[in-house]
Design a protein around this ligand. Structure first.
Ligand code: F0G
Length: 461
């Protein structure tokens, strides 16, 4: 039963890294010192780290071997050309600029194309794209189809952009105020849901009609391609590479955090077709990241990326990967824990507002749940909800809360086993049974951008 529903790991383990349990008293102390911010917890004090799937993948023996033979030359390193070739083969764009991670690609792109008061539509912006846009006094606009906000609706592509909303938005604001349209695959802030090829084509067509550049936020493009292969008619016999190439063929460029589907611990890039824009981006790259043949990366990181991005297309790997995430989701679902459905590609998202239905949004149920999970079991998960995304309405002064209040159990690639999934499921299930004991939180310190990283909290007695 296991083998068919949840394919087993297509690898065996060659290197291990010990993890250690902590006592409840220790964790209590850690939480107090951390100001109840899970980002402030030393990783050593975390038993199972589901904070993120980013930059924490296990590398393969081939990647480690690549690191040994990598070229660290300042200009024209061999490893850069390996990297460029691998990216071009999959993405098909003419120009590739290496950056140290995804948000550096975003910063360089937005600093170059945005003016104050501009708009960037997306299905749902991730926090870093939103922050990079708002930092330049422009607006990050989410135009995902409404079904993304129904966590019980079992649809195949809940990451899709709402085509009507996009058309109306362009008509309302005018193309002058929209330097480009983005699409996040998979849709991280909306349950890790995929976008269909049909939707990609439609968005592309609208962008072409209005002469608007179309860019992907492509972090989890391989997982998205796997969903297209397994869920969208006409793609069942295509390879992941073919689907990825088709995906990118409809766009003008992409920002990429290689810390996800390229299976590396650090890295990113910008890829695009427009030569003039590439040159402007490159100028900024040189000033802030590095010479164009390394950007923000070392030769060994470029080499590991060139190998990892290919491995990330392997179908057996993707079947196991998506299956493992679904396995954890199914364990929770069967126990009655409210989760976002269907389970997404890289994470299981708990519906924190249902889990802690008695807590008002301004007591941050998602954050409170992530604190409780750490306190009870040493598991670190991340809130994707009110602390991350709530905003004050400039006119009324009222807080606007995001539609979804989620706690994300993000699963690193090739790192944890089935027994780890059972440990987490048991911990979440037993916490669910005594959920009434979990207290709300108030913020005692926060910064104006990406406040979740540094905010401090107190428990409301
Ligand atoms: N876009 C998306 C959709 C992301 O998920 C991330 C990072 C980024 C951009 C930024 O990339 O971290 O390399 O600068 N997501 C991580 C996460 C941090 O936990 O989901 P980065």
């Amino acid at each position: 039963m296991l083998k068919d529903d949840y394919p087993i790991e297509p690898y065996r383990v060659k290197v291990v890294e010990p993890i250690k349990k902590t006592s409840r008293e220790e964790r209590e102390d850690v939480l107090n010192k951390a100001g109840f911010n899970i980002f402030n917890i030393p990783a050593e004090k975390v038993y199972i780290d589901f904070l993120t799937d980013s930059g924490i993948s296990a590398m393969s023996d081939r990647q480690w071997a690549g690191i040994m033979v990598a070229d660290e030359s300042y200009a024209g390193a061999k490893s850069f050309f390996h990297f460029e070739k691998a990216v071009k083969r999959i993405f098909g764009f003419k120009h590739v600029l290496p950056t140290h991670q995804g948000r550096a690609a975003e910063r360089i792109l937005f600093e170059t194309v945005l003016r104050e008061g501009d708009y960037i539509p997306n299905n749902i912006h991730f926090d870093t794209t939103q922050a990079n846009i708002e930092y330049r006094k422009a607006f990050a606009v989410n135009l995902v189809a409404d079904e993304a906000f129904d966590p019980d609706l079992k649809a195949d592509f809940k990451g899709n952009m709402d085509i009507g909303k996009l058309e109306n938005f362009i008509a309302e604001k005018g193309t002058d105020k929209i330097p480009l349209v983005m699409m996040t695959i998979t849709n991280n802030s909306g349950g890790g849901q995929p976008v269909s090829m049909d939707n990609i084509k439609k968005v592309s067509r609208i962008c072409k009609k209005h002469k608007l550049p179309f860019f992907f936020d492509a972090c989890r493009f391989a997982e998205n391609a796997y969903y297209i292969k397994t869920r969208e008619k006409g793609y069942e016999n295509k390879s992941i590479l073919e689907i990825a190439r088709e995906t990118f063929s409809y766009a003008d460029g992409a920002t990429m955090s290689s810390k996800k589907d390229a299976l590396v611990n650090m890295g990113g890039f910008l890829a695009l077709n427009d030569g003039d824009l590439a040159e402007r981006l490159q100028n900024l790259l040189i000033i802030t990241e590095g010479f164009p043949t390394y950007g923000g990366m070392s030769g060994r990181e470029l080499e590991a990326l060139a190998i990892g991005i290919e491995e990330g297309l392997d179908e057996d790997y993707l079947a196991y990967r998506i299956g493992q995430v679904r396995y954890l989701g199914d364990l929770l679902d069967r126990a009655g824990v409210p989760i976002y459905k269907p389970v997404g590609g890289h994470a299981v998202y708990i519906l924190a507002d249902r889990f802690l239905s008695y807590l008002p949004r301004d007591q941050y149920p998602g954050w409170a749940l992530s604190v409780a999970l750490y306190r009870e079991s040493g598991i670190r998960a991340v809130e994707i909800g009110s602390v991350m995304f709530a905003k004050k309405d400039e006119k009324t002064g009222e807080m606007i809360f995001p539609q979804l209040e989620l706690v994300r159990l993000a699963i690193p690639r090739r790192v944890y086993s089935v027994s780890h999934m059972h440990y987490v499921a048991d911990a979440v299930n037993s916490l669910y049974k005594k959920r009434e004991q979990i207290k709300g939180l108030k913020i005692t310190h926060q910064s104006p951008h990406l406040r979740h990283f540094t905010a401090r909290f107190e428990e409301i007695k």
